[in-house]
Design a protein around this ligand. Structure first.
Ligand code: ZN
Length: 197
């Protein structure tokens, strides 16, 4: 039986739950929680997710699948490259302040198409894709763009975005109170494992 209160986890417990779910996924042991009708009803009026997961829109990186989570467990924010932008901050702060989530997982991944485009300056892109790339690539020096692999580039951007989140006053305050943790991570396509940065 689903008990929404069970999802009131602190950052450490939440991270363990996500990593345990990833282990099950790696080992082809997903439990894929399918809620009963009764359990679904309980979710109508209230959500109590235990983690915010920010990641790329890439179809191969669905957090609910690679962390073996069910409905109501994680508050997911996705955008190509997973790169933090101003419009996403409201969603993040809502989950922290209104829903009481204590863990933010910034999850990058291998073979990211946007990162490939940034590092190899693909010219045949639309204006809006170019804007997205420019936004992500503001983190890099010219030298980094010339030398980093796409996996290294994604890891670097994840680390920069973790720092950025940690510096936002309302989030910083929660971190200082021990009520929030921001964790960077990287999803490896070859092992299917989430590696903490
Ligand atoms: Zn991606």
């Amino acid at each position: 039986m689903l008990n929404t209160e069970q999802y009131k986890l602190n950052a450490e417990q939440a991270l363990k739950k996500l990593m345990d779910g990833n282990k099950r996924f790696v080992n082809f042991e997903r439990q894929t929680p399918i809620l009963s009708a009764e359990e679904r009803k309980k979710l109508i009026h209230k959500q109590s997710p235990y983690a915010i997961v920010i990641t790329c829109s890439d179809s191969r990186v669905s957090p609910e699948i690679i962390c073996d989570c069910g409905l109501g467990e994680i508050f997911v924010i996705r955008v190509a490259a997973g790169a933090l932008s101003e419009n996403m901050l409201g969603s993040i702060e809502y989950a922290v302040l209104a829903l009481g989530v204590e863990l933010i997982l910034m999850l990058g991944h291998d073979n990211c198409g946007v990162m490939e485009a940034i590092l190899h300056d693909q010219a045949d892109m639309s204006e809006d894709i170019q804007k997205l790339c420019n936004h992500v690539s503001r983190h890099f020096t010219k030298e980094q763009k010339a030398t980093l692999t796409s996996s290294e580039g994604v890891r670097y951007v994840t680390e920069q975005d973790v720092k950025l989140l940690e510096s936002i006053p309302v989030l910083k305050e929660k971190i200082e109170q021990g009520k929030l943790q921001v964790v960077g991570a990287h999803y490896n396509f070859h092992t299917n494992e989430i590696e903490l940065l």
